[in-house]
Design a protein around this ligand. Sequence first.
Ligand SMILES: O=C(O)CCC(=O)C(=O)O
Ligand SMILES: [Fe+2]
Length: 364
Amino acid sequence: MTSVLSGIPFVESPLFYKELDQLEFTDLERKAAISLHERGYAVLDFPDVELDQRIERIQASLAPRFGLSFGDRSAITNTGENQRIQDAWLFDPDVKAIAANSTILDLLHKLYGRPAFPFQTLNFPVGTQQHLHSDANHFSSLPERFMCGVWVAFEDVDSTAGPLTYLPGSHKWPILTNLMIGRRAFGAQPQSAQAPFEAAWDAMVAGSGVEQISFLARKGQALIWAANLLHGGSLRLDPTRTRWSQVSHYYFSDCIHYTPAFSDEAMGRLDLRTVTNVATGETVPNRYLGREYNTELEEIDRSAKASRRRWWQAPAVPELGALPEEFDPEAYLYLNPDVAAAGADPAQHYLTHGAREGRRFRRG
Ligand SMILES: O=C(O)CCC(=O)C(=O)O
Ligand SMILES: [Fe+2]
């Protein structure tokens, strides 16, 4: 089914309930969709019969990298802030299998209305204590909100282990850009992608009166969060507790990917991201309505230059093979001396180049 709002993820759409009844969803998919739409997250059992074995192998392979040894709790003395391995999928097939789980990919496709692909993994041995944030400020897309995270608990998590925490409904708030917080990207002090927005998020949270929830997960449970849901890691009340988990971040097809904190949308400057599909290892080019972003950009520039008009005033490009009714071949050659000099056939030239370049084809 194609929606009139194809540039808005299905679960974030104002037409959500109208379209939901026309889709063939299982009960589980329907429940996840409604929860994501209403609250910005959905909880489910991670659909992988091999998950327990994968968790064991991942812990055994990553623990030495974190300087952890199991059974010796006193070894866990760090704060958790730097305790993460990004993109372990590059060398660990179990991390990759979790990120590329086909049931999750199918589910995300249904929930968002476009094929999903994982582009990053993070593995944590302990709670992150990460400040509340929106992933859209790290990993934005155009059209917006085509991004989500899937967090999987590798062990039971209680309130002392620094559980994942989130603010239900906050996904409906605006995605903060520099302009919204009165900040210029150009000339700004280099900071993390989320630091400039933290004060604004804190104020919005305080102003909303919405209560933060902690995810006291069972081993093997997963939580999908919407791109703009405020989430983070709560305090590790017991610093000797582990909180093994994996987050896989997903984008969707036919989007532009960029980082808002380093961008100035109003000035037409996007800090584009180059992302890799974890499932295939291939780079995914930024795309704009079915075309590569760079190709589209070059064509618009060329067309604007050729027509010496603002590009949005360029005449409509007729269907190939259909000359405009008023097309005057003689006038075309007169008005486009370079075409005449090249000895080109005016109609042919117009159809293959001139129309796109916005060239004039009649006097007056
Ligand atoms: O696991 C956590 O505490 C949060 C991780 C997170 O925010 C992320 O990976 O986007
Ligand atoms: Fe996050």
